[in-house]
Design a protein around this ligand. Structure first.
Ligand SMILES: [Mg+2]
Ligand SMILES: [Zn+2]
Length: 176
């Protein structure tokens, strides 16, 4: 059977983006996230986080901090029966010119390979244009979360919705 996934940005997509979230106490799920992720699991999507954590490369916090935040997030989700298949993050600052910081697609490509996932039956949901670019480069259909539905930075068709929950309702109804 084809394995499919919803790749998810973390900050601003699953949890509130307070800017360089680095403590478990700062982890706050966005409204509707539990319902959205439960729906995606019901539809047989694996859930994989792809996140830029340049605060590490900038010296604001450590990998350990990020791992603790991620572990806390996972425990919040697990309380609702939601298991993530993986969390991938780039620890570099933009100055490092690495291959893994979104909009580069390396982390998505790695996750596709690690989990044997078909990109064409998968989605990437994020709140920044760099998420969309990374998704397109990895061959995964992008979904952009934005209140502004008139983003015209490109000629590429991108689905824009208000929230992860709004989008999951669309796919649950078979509207996509
Ligand atoms: Mg984000
Ligand atoms: Zn990187």
């Amino acid at each position: 059977m084809t394995k499919k996934a919803v790749f998810l940005d973390r900050d601003g997509t699953i949890i509130v983006d307070y800017g360089y979230v680095h403590k478990p106490s700062q982890v706050e799920l966005l409204p509707g996230i539990i319902e959205a992720l439960v729906t995606l699991k019901k539809l047989d999507f694996e859930l994989i986080i792809i996140s830029n954590q340049s605060g590490i490369g900038r010296g604001y916090f450590t990998k350990k901090d990020v791992d603790l935040v991620n572990a806390h997030l996972q425990s919040l989700l697990k309380a609702h029966g939601i298991e993530l298949s993986g969390i991938y993050y780039c620890p570099h600052s933009p100055d490092d010119r690495c291959d893994c910081r979104k909009p580069k697609p390396a982390l998505i490509l790695q996750a596709l390979k690690d989990h044997g996932i078909d990109p064409k039956h998968s989605y990437f949901v994020g709140d920044k244009w760099t998420d969309v670019q990374a998704a397109i480069r990895a061959g995964v259909p992008p979904v952009l979360l934005s209140k502004e539905h008139t983003i015209s930075m490109n000629t590429i068709p991108v689905l824009i919705v208000d929230s992860l929950l709004e989008w999951t309702k669309l796919i649950d109804q078979g509207d996509m």
